[in-house]
Design a protein. Structure first.
Length: 141
């Protein structure tokens, strides 16, 4: 058995168990997955946190693997942000304007409330949360 976090187009995240990854693929392809919260059929896998054992239960190899994975994620986010502009609290309005074609389509990052982010997703604006917090450039020493 395997558990996946799933998410519908409305943003509801829920857990579902499958006999295998292939079983999930078959059910998804056959349109058998529906949101456990609202019943929508546009369900996909959500980003999941890895299953990491508590410190007392980890071996040195597990700790090293976790450290390598975290460093890789931090490095990937850092590389992505190098070509992105900080827009602060104007993120939602700027992303919406780019999606509408009112502004040039450029990589940006900033802050949005949960409601703003949800509205952007519902409008079809391609956005994604960053895995690690970002310190605004104005707050750096």
């Amino acid at each position: 058995m395997i558990a996946f976090d799933l998410q519908c187009g409305a943003g509801h995240v829920f857990e579902a168990w499958f006999a295998s990854g292939a079983a999930y693929d078959r059910q998804a392809a056959d349109g058998l997955l529906v949101c456990a919260v609202c019943g929508r059929a546009d369900v996909t896998k959500a980003v999941m946190a890895p299953n990491i054992a508590g410190k007392g239960n980890r071996t040195k190899a597990q700790e090293a693997a976790q450290d390598i994975a975290m460093r890789a994620l931090v490095a990937a986010q850092s590389r992505a942000l190098q070509s992105s502009s900080w827009v602060g609290d104007a993120f939602a309005s700027r992303a919406r304007a780019m999606h509408a074609g009112d502004e040039p389509d450029l990589p940006i990052h900033g802050r949005a409330t949960r409601d703003e982010a949800k509205a952007l997703v519902e409008e079809g604006v391609p956005v994604a949360p960053l895995p690690f917090p970002v310190v605004p450039p104005t707050d750096l020493n």
